[in-house]
Design a protein around this ligand. Sequence first.
Ligand code: TYD
Length: 136
Amino acid sequence: MISNCILLDLPKIPDHRGNLTFIESQKQVSFKIERVYYLYDVPGGEERGGHAHKKVVEFIIAISGSFEVVLDDGVKKRSFFLNRAYYGLYVPSMIWRELRNFSLGSVCLVLASLPYDESDYYRDYDEFLRAVRGQH
Ligand code: TYD
């Protein structure tokens, strides 16, 4: 459900040498981190995402720059603007996500709860809708 998608404030250690933010598995993120991937060098105007996961839960961070994440549970949509390295967006399974409006040079870091497995994806929106509506 969209209400389970939460924007969290991560710890930030301010320092005149620069700020530091940390994440430990099952602490700042509720799940065990099994995979990390990142999106970078995204050309202007490009969109990423366009899928939902059957099981994987993710935590999305704008490590540099900014972008918009539109989340959709099949009933409601909500848009989050990520523009701080100490914000993290928790995305449960069965949520369709689209990432867009990447600023130049932005980096999107994603922490995921399971190794990559293509069979965990819904890449067709209508198929996702049928699956999510079948759950209720
Ligand atoms: P894709 O799911 O299209 O990226 P996005 O989340 O931006 O829509 O993934 C692009 C390609 O990368 C696709 O062929 C699957 C592959 N991939 C992996 O091999 N491992 C991974 O952990 C991820 C996230 C993707």
